[in-house]
Structures are given as C-alpha cells and as structure tokens.
Design a protein around this ligand. Structure first.
Ligand code: NAG
Ligand code: NAG
Ligand code: NAG
Ligand code: NAG
Ligand code: NAG
Ligand code: NAG
Length: 755
C-alpha cells in the first residue's frame, strides 16, 4: 500500500481492514433521491429483500417513482417499492398512515407534511410528521416493523387502506389502479387482507398482494370500512369487508406508543402471517432488526470492496453506490404466485436494457451466489412464461425498450464461467426463443406495431431483411441491440459446441452494418446507422436527431451519433467504417465536444472508453472516466440521471475500480483506479488486489506503467481469466502526464474480420 497522508491511512486502515467494521457509516441512503435519481431511501433489510418499507409522498402532480419525495406530504408508509426507475411509479402498496385523534372518515386525505427532513441509515428510517407523530421503520425480508410515537394529547389512530397505490400523473397510460381488496380483523386488532392492482409501466394485468398485521397493544377501538372515493359505505363494525370498493381498517389507541408488525406475501394471507411470525415475532426488539440489516449489508455487499483512502468523499460515494445497486431485483423465491418450481425466482428487473452493460457484470462479481440464482430465474421465467424478461414487475414481463437484453446477460454469465446449477441447454433455448420466435403483439398504445412485452417484436424484419424497416417503431435502435443480442447467442452457442448456430448468430451480429449509411454526414463525419426501407434505400436522417426519441421513433432515447458507436463486439469494423484511428478518436471526442454524450443515458455508457481500441489513446479514456466520475457524489442529487435500478451506481463503482466491462465478452477495458489500494473479494478465497503508486485521483491519474499478476502489462485491457477467474493483482504506477504504455495487442473485436 501507499500512504501519502500517514494518519489518514492509519485511520482508514482501522476503518476498512478490521473485521466487523460497520461500513454502513459511510452510506447516505438518500443518495440520488432528488434531481431525477428516483432512488428509494427507505428500509431494505438485506440485498434483494422483497419488502422495501418507506414513505409515500404527494406533491402536486409530481410522480413519486420510489414513493419518496424530499418535499410534500406523506400520505402513507408502504411496504413495496421499486428503486431508481423512470417510466411511471410501480407499487407503493400495503400501507399504514397515522392520525392524531378520532377519525370520522378514513377515506379523506389525511396526508401530513414533515417538520424536518426524514432521517435514514441502512436498515432504519424516520419521519417526523406535522401532527406530532414520529414514525420509525425497520424491516426483514418479507415483513416490516412500524414504531409510532404519538403525542400524549389525544388518541392515536392508524389507518390501513388496501386501496393505497402510487399514482402517476404523466398521462402516458401507465398509472396503476386499485381493483379491489379484502380486509378482516380480530378483537385484538390483528388484521389480514389483500389488495389487487393493475397496470403500471409494464402494463400488468391484475396482481394481488396479501398482508398480515399485528399491533403491540390492543386498540381501544377497531373498525373496518368500505367506500368509494371519499364517500363511506360502511364504517361502524369489525366485520370483514371485500369487493372493488376501497376497504381497510381504522385502529385507535389510548395515548401511548404503538408498534405494528406487518408481513406480506404474493401467495396468501396465511403465508403473509407465516412470513411475519417467522421473521419479526411478537416482542422483536426494533434495534435488533436495524442491526441485523446493517450486518447483512456489511457482510453480503459492502465488505466485498475494501479500500484504503484518505478520500472520505470517495469512500461515501463507493458504499452509498453499492447500496443503490442491490435493492432490486427482488428475491421472491418461495413467493412466486405464477408456478411452483425448485428454481429460484427473482422479479423487479427494471430493466435489463439499463443494467446489462455494467450492472450485471458487477452483480456477478460482488454477489456471485445471488447472480447464479438470478440467471436460473431468468431461464425459469422462460420455461413457464415463454420468454425471458427484459423488465419484470408484479410477476409480469414488460416492458421491452429495445432488444432482448437477457441474451447479453446470459452470454456474459456464460463466458465468465457461471455454471453451478444453471441448465445451459435451457439457457440457450431461452435465448433462441428471443432470436427466432416473434412474440405476440400486446397492442401497446405507445407502440402498436409489435410486442413491447418481451422478446423481439421486430423480429420478422430482422429475419427477412437483416435490418428493421420503419414498419416497426424504434427500428434503428432495436436493430443495433438485436445485433448485440445475437452476438450473445454466438458466444453461448460456441461454448456449447453448437457450431452451426454459432456461425449463424455471429453473422447476424454483424447486421448493424446493414443500417450503416456511409453517406449520412454530420460535423465532418460520415457513416451512421440510419432507417432503411424494404427496397434497400436509406432514409435521410440527421445524425444529431432522434426526433421524439421515444416509443414511436426510429431511435429510442438517444441519437444516431450514440447508437452508431454501440457495437462493442465489432469495434475494429466500426473503426474502419468511421475512417480509421484518427477519425475514430475524433468521433469519440465529438460526442463530448458537441454535447451529445449524456452520462445518465445507458446507450452511451461504453462510448467514452472506446479510445482503448486506438494505440496511444488509452489516456483519453481515463480523462473521460474522471470527468464522468466528477458528475457523481453521495448526496441527494449525486446521480446524474435516474438510478435505473442501480445501473448508474454500478457505473461509478467501475470508474473507481478503473475497469470497464464489455458485456458478453471476457474483456475489461483498463481505465485508472481512484484509490491507492482496493481489494475485491471474489468469493471462495479469491481476491483482486489493485494498488497504485505515484498518483492520485484528481491530478495524477495517467497510467505510467502497469503490472498484472506481477508481469509487466502492455495491453489496454485485461480478461476475466487474467484477474477475476482466480483472482489476481494489478499494480499501477500513475503520474500527471500521459505515457504511451499500452503498446500491446488491441482489445479483441470478435465479430470483425472474415464475413
Ligand atoms: C425542498 O424544499 C426546500 C425548502 O423549500 C428547498 O430548499 C429544496 O430545494 C426542496 N427540495 C426539492 C428536492 O425540491
Ligand atoms: C377476497 O378473498 C377471496 C378469497 O381469498 C377471493 O376469492 C376474492 O377474490 C378476494 N376479493 C378481492 C376483491 O380481492
Ligand atoms: C413515546 O416515544 C417518545 C419518543 O421515543 C417518548 O419520548 C415518549 O415518552 C413515548 N410516550 C409514551 C406514552 O410512551
Ligand atoms: C433467495 O431467497 C431464498 C428464499 O428465501 C433463499 O433461500 C436464498 O438464499 C435467497 N438467495 C440469496 C442469494 O440470498
Ligand atoms: C470540419 O473541418 C473543417 C476543415 O478541416 C474545419 O474547419 C471545421 O472546424 C471542422 N468542423 C468540425 C465541427 O469539426
Ligand atoms: C425505395 O422506395 C422509396 C419510397 O417509395 C423510393 O423513394 C426509393 O426511390 C426506392 N428505392 C429504390 C432503390 O427503389
């Protein structure tokens, strides 16, 4: 290790190297919760926990994607949320809301502003409401604990409303609806029930969640209710209520503090109660749940990356970002209402379109056990639902923005040796379903031409022409993705010894070239992927424009300049088409000079590091990496875009590691490490140990020389086999000026060359 500031290093060593150190102290759970980050700040008791317990806030017509907003009134604390998504809010169900005094009508708006900003740490959350009630939250994987402190001035009331679900005000047809519920209670205030909801961004049909609630003391009064809107139909009995009306219960306590335990399940109220009693039995100490959550995040996530640094901001950014990476998907093994199977089950992928570039490759490294389960689950979803998801929530596939990116994820897992209990024959069959079987049109009003649910809606054109005509929406961006999906099939087919299939899919992975119009010109560059008609003609296209850039347009969420760099399996060919090394470098430069690049948009994630494919230019990738890194911090506005299910957070962690993965290949492009020393625990006793001398993160970050596993290194990349498969070491010498150190072979371009 290198220590320039001795005391800081010693302190840092104490913090990071001593067994049992609480790394959660460096985590800001509010990272990325404002400025469009949409991160969930509430309680997630363990990585991938089903319960995500936090406040639901209303503020005019602002969509609260994760339930939380910094400003506005809390209208409930609910148990299920998605973290970091765009599109439209999903979940925000199984809620309680406290009220001071007796409540004449539980259907009215009883939302409350907060008297102070919410407080949260890993496993703990607190809101202080204007009515004097404070609410503290803790949780387990399938249950939550609400601790209420009521003012002593009046009776305390808790409202349980099965109709509570997050709204969307965007008017895009993605708003969730409450469809009906059941509610029953016992004399001691125990309650059970269910709520049914539909829609959301994935256009889900009806789905049901069951709940089971208990209080620490017997209410002085318990009443069930039903009604429509703010109009009560019944509110004077404790008899069960059910139906399509709003249903729920109101529990009143003489002045006292009350805790409530609530379990949830997709299976039944009995299972919800079983989850509750198994995980948070009566008398569970609130603080012990908080400690358990901290222990699990420390052991399973944070301790996997140890750093020595005097850079406190960097340390906070690292661990806050690692938290954001592992809130979703949700491990719903044992909670699958769709089918029973010995395979694990994960839902809340939101979406692989976002995560397949750099999140899933880091998911494998940090959480290898869960990752293998996740891969098995993708395949099992194909077994029972017909297709792997690109996104999935409320146990329903949807929606698909571009290609079938589960293909890339499976390919990445395959080439990096994920085997275990994965049935790879089925895995390849699942990928072939994407590649060969057109999914039924789900008649999405946003894009009525073909399926947005799953698979590859524009497959007929892809198979007929080798490109996608404007018959289909998002034709060009889908084609670019289908090519990289097919490269994934090539990788797995090769590994399984399926030679004929491998040849077919390698050829198809080159089909992005069919959209390449050499005459399309912009800013001294020619050659861009553009729309193409059935008769072979290219459609005139401004490479700086994607029109509306949305569901009905030729390019989804990014411009031709960006999609024209998005074939990481075929970079050598791309370079030739762009006009050779100098033009290629200038083209990457222009992504920045012309303000085309957006650090928050996934299709551009890899472009800044493609300099590594040009001799002597690796240093420019490092400069881009540092500039992108500087857009992040651990604060509430610290993510330069939607978290996107942790995609953004995984991006910054790779910048800190100083590597960039090329999904579906074993290649990692070398950037430059942030910290003087980082150790990544790869499981089963393997580690990747990275150290640097002579430099620092901000002013002396250029690689002067590098040793990998003790050997002098002259390639601008390492492979999975070099440093991850069995662990390894990377020892950098850094300095303030670039040096032409990467004189060895270029990173591979496996689809380039012979056609
Ligand atoms: C919330 O309100 C405070 C005080 O009015 C303001 O300073 C802050 O910018 C607001 N935050 C957001 C995320 O709108
Ligand atoms: C209420 O529960 C019953 C039994 O589980 C179920 O058949 C019914 O569909 C539920 N009603 C609603 C509105 O959820
Ligand atoms: C409720 O909790 C608050 C905060 O912990 C405490 O100050 C108060 O004494 C408690 N009240 C009762 C009635 O137990
Ligand atoms: C996923 O959940 C199942 C059921 O609770 C559990 O057995 C399994 O260990 C979990 N997976 C991980 C990686 O924690
Ligand atoms: C295009 O090339 C011309 C001639 O070399 C140069 O003057 C101009 O600045 C270039 N424009 C851009 C956007 O690079
Ligand atoms: C293809 O069709 C378009 C639109 O009908 C037409 O403008 C173009 O000339 C045709 N190209 C060829 C090569 O026939």
């Amino acid at each position: 290790m290198t220590c320039t500031i001795r005391i800081a290093c010693i302190i840092s060593l104490l913090h990071t190297r001593v067994a049992g150190v609480d790394l959660t102290q460096y985590v800001n759970v509010f990272q990325g919760t404002t400025s469009g980050g949409n991160r969930f700040p509430g309680v997630v008791a363990a990585p991938f926990a089903m319960v995500k317990l936090g406040p639901d806030v209303q503020s005019g017509t602002t969509d609260a994607y994760s339930g939380y907003l910094a400003n506005g009134s809390v209208w409930g604390f609910s148990m299920m949320h998605e973290s970091g998504t765009g599109g439209a809010p999903k979940y925000g169900v199984v809620s309680q809301m406290p009220y001071v005094g007796s409540l004449a009508n539980p259907l009215i708006d009883i939302s409350q502003p907060r008297t102070a900003p919410d407080i949260g740490t890993v496993g703990y959350y607190k809101s202080s409401l204007a009515n004097g009630v404070s609410v503290e939250l803790a949780a387990s994987e399938h249950a939550g604990l609400y601790q209420y402190a009521f003012p002593s001035s009046d009776v305390g009331t808790i409202v349980v409303d099965a109709s509570h679900v997050l709204p969307s005000f965007r008017g895009l047809g993605w708003d969730q609806h409450y469809k009906g519920g059941n509610f029953s209670m016992a004399e001691d205030g125990s309650y059970e029930g269910s709520g049914t909801y539909d829609n959301g961004w994935n256009l889900s049909p009806d789905w049901t969640i069951y709940f089971c609630g208990r209080f620490s003391s017997t209410p002085t009064s318990s009443k069930s209710f039903s009604g429509n809107g703010a109009t009560l139909t019944s509110y004077d009995t404790s008899t069960p209520v059910s139906g399509t009306q709003r249903v729920g219960g109101v529990f009143t306590f003489s002045p006292s503090n009350v805790t409530s335990r609530v379990g949830i399940s997709y299976i039944s109220t009995a299972k919800a109660c079983q989850n509750l009693e198994g995980e948070i039995p009566a008398g569970t100490d609130f603080q012990s749940l908080v400690s358990q959550a901290k222990d699990r995040w420390n052991t399973e996530v944070f301790s996997k990356i140890q750093i020595e640094t005097a850079n406190a901001a960097g340390q906070q950014l690292l661990y806050s970002s690692m938290l954001g990476m592992f809130m979703i998907p949700s491990n719903l093994t044992g909670e699958n209402p769709g089918w029973s199977s010995p395979e694990p089950y994960y839902s809340d992928a939101f979406t692989l379109w976002d995560t397949h570039r750099c999140h899933t490759p880091l998911f494998q490294i940090i959480e290898p056990v869960a990752y293998e389960e996740f891969i098995r689950s993708l395949i099992d979803i194909w077994r029972h639902d017909g297709y792997m998801p690109d996104a999935r929530s409320s146990n329903f596939n949807g929606r698909t923005q571009g290609g079938s990116n589960a293909d890339n994820v499976l390919a990445d897992a395959y080439v990096k040796g994920v085997r275990g209990a994965v049935n790879w024959d089925d895995g390849f069959a699942a990928m072939q379903t994407d590649a060969e079987k057109t999914p039924a049109n789900n008649n999405d009003p946003q894009a009525p031409d073909s399926s947005t649910k799953e698979g590859r809606g524009a497959l007929p054109d892809w198979l007929t022409y080798g490109y996608i005509t404007p018959t289909y929406t998002r034709a060009v961006s889908r084609a670019v993705e289908y090519a990289s999906n097919d490269f994934g099939l090539y990788q797995v087919a090769s590994g399984l010894g399926k030679t004929a299939e491998a040849a077919t899919y390698l050829e198809r992975s080159r089909n992005w070239r069919n959209h390449w119009n050499p005459a399309a010109a912009s800013n001294n560059h020619s050659g861009f992927v553009v729309p193409r008609l059935a008769n072979g003609s290219f459609v005139p296209q401004d490479p700086l424009s994607c029109g509306g850039c949305y569901w009905r347009d030729a390019y989804y969420e990014d411009v031709p300049w960006v999609y024209s760099m998005n074939m990481p399996h075929d970079v050598a060919e791309l370079k030739t088409r762009i006009g050779g090394d100098d033009k290629f470098v200038d083209r990457i430069d222009k992504l920045f000079d012309l303000n085309i690049f957006s650090a928050g948009n996934e299709p551009g994630f890899t472009s800044p590091y493609l300099y590594n494919f040009v001799r002597g230019k690796q240093y420019k990738s490092v400069e881009r990496s540092r500039a992108i890194g500087n857009l992040y911090n651990s604060g509430t506005g610290g993510l330069p875009g939607n978290s996107d299910a942790g995609a953004m957070e995984s991006n910054i962690v790779w910048q800190m590691i100083g590597l960039w993965p090329l999904t579906g290949q074993t290649t990692f492009l070398i950037l430059s490490p942030w910290f003087s020393h980082m150790t990544i625990d790869l499981g089963t006793g393997r580690t990747l140990d990275m150290s640097s001398t002579g430099g620092n993160k901000d002013t002396a970050f250029y690689i002067q020389s590098l040793k990998v596993n003790g050997q002098q290194w002259t390639q601008s990349y390492v492979t999975w086999g070099d440093v991850f498969a069995n662990g390894g070491t990377m020892e950098y010498v850094l300095g303030p000026t670039p040096v032409d150190w990467a004189t060895g072979d270029m990173p591979p371009s496996p689809a380039s060359g012979d056609e």
